[in-house]
Design a protein around this ligand. Structure first.
Ligand SMILES: Cc1cc2nc3c(=O)[nH]c(=O)nc-3n(C[C@H](O)[C@H](O)[C@H](O)COP(=O)(O)OP(=O)(O)OC[C@H]3O[C@@H](n4cnc5c(N)ncnc54)[C@H](O)[C@@H]3O)c2cc1C
Length: 579
C-alpha cells in the first residue's frame, strides 16, 4: 500500500518541524507530511537546556560570531555557510518569539543572553534551562496551524526509494500495527538528528541512532566529516544525562578530587565574556574534555563504578540563582543522583554529546541525490567543522531547516510523479522486514550484545584521544559485527510496538555510522578540534585542511574522499581565546 505527498520531512525535531513550516509557507498548495519514529515533542531537541546563539546584545557583532564559529571549528567550517547562518540566526530566534517561544528577559524587558563556551561575547538566548522544550513547543504548535501538514507519528523509516539518481519517497513501518508501507514524495528532507548511541556514555536520547545518516549512506549520498564527535565535559556518570554548560556560564567551577580548579593548569585559552566571571570553565568543549583525560592520568580524578569523575561546584551560586536560572539542573541532580547542587558537589565526566559530521549538503540542504535534502544534526553543511560551539546547534536547525524546506518545496513544485519501479522497491523492503528479520530463526546471538560490543569498541577506538592502530583494530571488530547483525534474528514476532525489531533496525544503522566514523578518522592523520590523535598530535593544514566525504563501496565498506573547505575572509589561524 502506498501513500503520496509532495514533500516528506523525516523527523519531528527542531529541524524537521521548521522545515515543514517553511514548505507550507512557501507554497500552501503543497501536500507536506512529517514522519517521526516518536511523537514529535519527544524528539531529542526537547532536552536541550542551555540556549541558542544569535547576535542581539549591544556591543556584539555579526563578524565576531562568525569568527568565533570559524575558529571554534578549527578552520574546517565552510565560511560562506557560517556567514549565512550567523546573519539568519537572530531573525529565526525572533520569529520563534513571535510563534510563542518565551525567551528569558532582562529586567528592562529586552531579551536576556548568557555566555557560552568558546564565544567571546554573551549571545546565547535561553528560556531558563529548558530552551529546547520551549523551542520545540513553539514549533510544534505553529506547525498545527497549517492544514497542509500531515503527520505520521510513531512511524519508523527503514529505506529511501531511489531511482535513477533521484529520491521518490520512503518505506516506513507503522509501529502501532507493524504495517509496512511505501510513502512516495517528490522531495524528502532528512531531519533525523544525531547518533550519540554509537557510544556507551552519551547525553543523547536512546532514539539518536543515526538513522538518517545510514539511510542516505545506503542510498548513495555521501556523509561528511564523520570523524568529528563532540564530547561534552559535564555529563552525569552512568546515565550520561547532561549538566548544561549554562551552569559554567553562570559561574560554576570544575574541581578535581582535591577540590582544585584544575583547568588553570591547562592551555585552554579562555574567552572573557564578563569581567566578574573567571571563565576558564568556559573554554571550548574539546579542550575541557581533553583536560579531564590528563587529570585522570595524573590520578587526580575520583573513581566510581561508572568510571572516573571530577566535580562541578555550584554551591557558591546560591539557591536563588540556581532556582531561577538553572532549575532543571537542580531537578535532574535530585532525581538522578540524589544530590542537591545548592549544598553538594555534582559528579561529572565527559560524555559523547554531538555529531559534527553528517549527510553532506550544500547550503540549501541538497545532498547531491535529486530530491533528497538534509538539515539539523543529521546534516553537515558545514558550520561546525571539527568542533561545534555550544548553542550554535539549535539555531542551525532553524536556519538550515527553513532553507532546506524552501529548497525542497521549490524542487517538488517542478518534479514529476514517482516512476513505477518504486512499487517493487516497497515490495522488496516489506519482504526484507517480514521474512528476513521477523521470520528468521533466532540464533545464539542478540541485538543487545552486538550493540554493546559496538559501543565499547567505539569508546576504545574513537574516544577523546585516538591513534591509528586502535582505530584499525576497531574497524576490524565492526566488520565482524556487521556480519553478525546481518544474521541475527528477532525473537519477538509481535506486530504491535515491536521494540526488538526497532532495536535491530537501529543497530544496523549505528554500525554503518560507526564504520564511517572510524574510516574517516583513520584517514585524518592530524589533530584538529574533536579529533585528537596521539600519533599525530599537531594540526596539519598542508595535508588536511579539507573535508572527508565517505561513500559506500560496492563491497559495503566505506570509501573516503576529500572536498575543499570554503575559505572566504578568514585565513586559517591559531585557535586562541581571550584576546
Ligand atoms: C541533552 C542535550 C542538550 C543539548 N543542548 C543544546 C543547547 O543548549 N543548545 C544547542 O544549540 N544545542 C543543544 N544540543 C544539541 C541540539 O539539541 C541538537 O543538535 C538538535 O536539537 C537536533 O535537532 P534535530 O531536529 O536535528 O533532531 P532531533 O531533535 O534529534 O529529532 C530527530 C527526529 O527524527 C526522527 N527520526 C529519527 N530516525 C527516524 C526514523 N528512522 N524514522 C522516522 N523518524 C525518525 C525522530 O523521531 C525525531 O523526531 C543538545 C543536545 C542534547 C542531547
Amino acid at each position: 500500500m502506498v501513500a503520496t505527498h509532495d514533500v516528506l520531512l523525516i523527523g519531528g525535531g527542531a529541524a524537521g518541524l521548521r522545515a515543514a513550516i517553511a514548505v507550507a509557507e512557501t507554497d500552501p498548495g503543497l501536500d507536506v507530511a512529517v514522519v517521526s519514529k516518536v511523537y514529535p515533542m519527544r524528539s531529542h531537541t526537547v532536552s536541550a537546556e542551555g540556549g541558542a546563539a544569535g547576535v542581539i546584545a549591544e556591543g556584539d557583532t555579526i563578524d565576531e560570531h562568525i569568527y568565533d564559529t570559524i575558529s571554534g571549528s578549527d578552520w574546517l567550517g565552510d565560511q560562506d555557510a557560517i556567514e549565512y547562518f550567523v546573519r539568519e540566526a537572530p531573525r529565526e530566534l525572533l520569529r520563534l518569539e513571535h510563534w510563542g517561544c518565551p525567551w528569558s528577559r532582562q529586567p528592562d524587558g529586552r531579551v536576556a543572553v548568557r555566555a557560552f563556551g568558546g564565544m567571546k561575547k554573551m549571545r546565547t538566548w535561553f528560556a531558563a534551562d529548558k530552551t529546547g522544550f520551549h523551542m520545540l513547543h513553539a514549533l510544534f504548535q505553529t506547525s498545527l496551524k497549517y492544514p497542509a501538514v500531515a503527520r505520521y507519528d510513531e512511524w519508523f523509516v527503514t529505506r529511501l526509494l531511489v531511482d535513477d539518481g533521484r529520491v521518490h519517497g520512503v518505506v516506513a513501518v507503522e509501529l502501532r500495527t507493524g504495517r509496512v508501507r511505501g510513502i512516495t514524495a517528490k522531495a524528502v528532507v532528512l531531519a533525523t538528528g544525531g547518533c550519540g548511541k554509537v557510544f556507551p556514555f552519551t547525553t543523547n536520547a536512546n532514539i539518536n541512532t543515526g538513522d538518517g545518516m545510514a539511510l542516505a549512506y545506503r542510498a548513495g549520498a555521501p556523509l561528511k566529516d564523520m570523524e568529528f564527535v563532540q564530547y561534552h565535559p559535564t555529563g552525569l556518570p552512568f546515565t550520561g544525562i547532561l549538566i548544561t554548560e549554562a551552569t559554567r556560564a553562570e559561574g560554576a567551577w570544575l574541581v578535581n578530587k582535591d577540590g582544585y580548579r584544575y583547568l588553570q593548569d591547562y592551555d585552554l585559552g579562555t574567552p572573557t565574556p564578563t569581567p566578574e566571571l573567571r571563565s576558564m570553565e568556559l573554554g571550548p568543549r574539546d579542550r575541557l574534555s581533553q583536560a579531564f583525560v590528563h587529570e585522570e592520568a595524573k590520578g587526580r580524578t575520583l573513581e566510581t563504578p561508572y568510571g572516573s569523575v571530577v566535580h562541578l561546584d555550584l554551591r557558591h551560586l546560591g539557591a536563588k540563582l540556581i532556582d531561577t536560572k538553572l532549575p532543571f539542573v537542580r531537578e535532574l541532580c535530585l532525581k538522578y543522583e540524589r544530590i542537591d547542587p545548592v549544598r553538594e558537589l555534582i559528579p561529572v565526566r565527559p560524555v559523547v554529546h554531538y555529531m559534527m559530521g553528517g549527510v553532506h549538503t550544500d547550503a540549501d540542504g541538497a545532498t547531491g541525490l535529486g530530491g533528497l535534502y538534509a538539515a539539523g544534526e543529521t546534516a553537515c553543511v558545514s558550520i561546525n567543522g571539527a568542533n561545534r560551539l555550544g548553542s550554535n546547534s539549535l539555531p542551525e536547525c532553524l536556519v538550515f531547516g527553513a532553507r532546506a524546506g524552501r529548497a525542497a518545496a521549490a524542487y517538488a513544485a517542478s518534479a514529476g510523479p514517482p516512476p513505477p519501479s518504486v512499487g517493487s522497491q516497497v515490495t522488496d523492503e516489506t519482504r526484507r522486514l517480514e521474512r528476513d528479520l521477523l521470520g528468521r530463526l533466532p540464533r545464539d546471538d542478540s541485538i543487545a550484545a552486538i550493540r554493546t560490543e559496538m559501543q565499547t569498541t567505539m569508546e576504545a577506538a574513537a574516544g577523546i584521544y585516538r591513534n591509528g592502530p586502535d582505530m584499525a583494530t576497531g574497524a576490524d571488530t565492526l566488520r565482524e559485527l556487521q556480519d553478525r547483525v546481518g544474521r541475527v534474528g528477532v525473537r519477538d514476532t509481535s506486530r504491535t510496538f515491536n521494540t526488538e525489531l526497532v532495536a535491530a533496525l537501529e543497530a544496523a544503522n549505528l554500525l554503518d555510522v560507526a564504520e564511517c566514523i572510524l574510516r574517516s578518522g583513520m584517514h585524518r592523520e592530524e589533530s584538529r578540534g574533536a579529533h585528537q590523535r596521539t600519533d599525530f598530535p599537531d594540526r596539519d593544514d598542508e595535508r588536511f585542511l579539507h573535508h572527508h566525504v565517505v561513500t559506500r563501496g560496492p563491497d559495503g565498506t566505506p570509501r573516503v574522499n576529500r572536498l575543499p573547505v570554503t575559505i572566504t575572509r578568514w585565513p586559517p589561524g591559531e585557535r586562541v581565546y581571550g584576546r
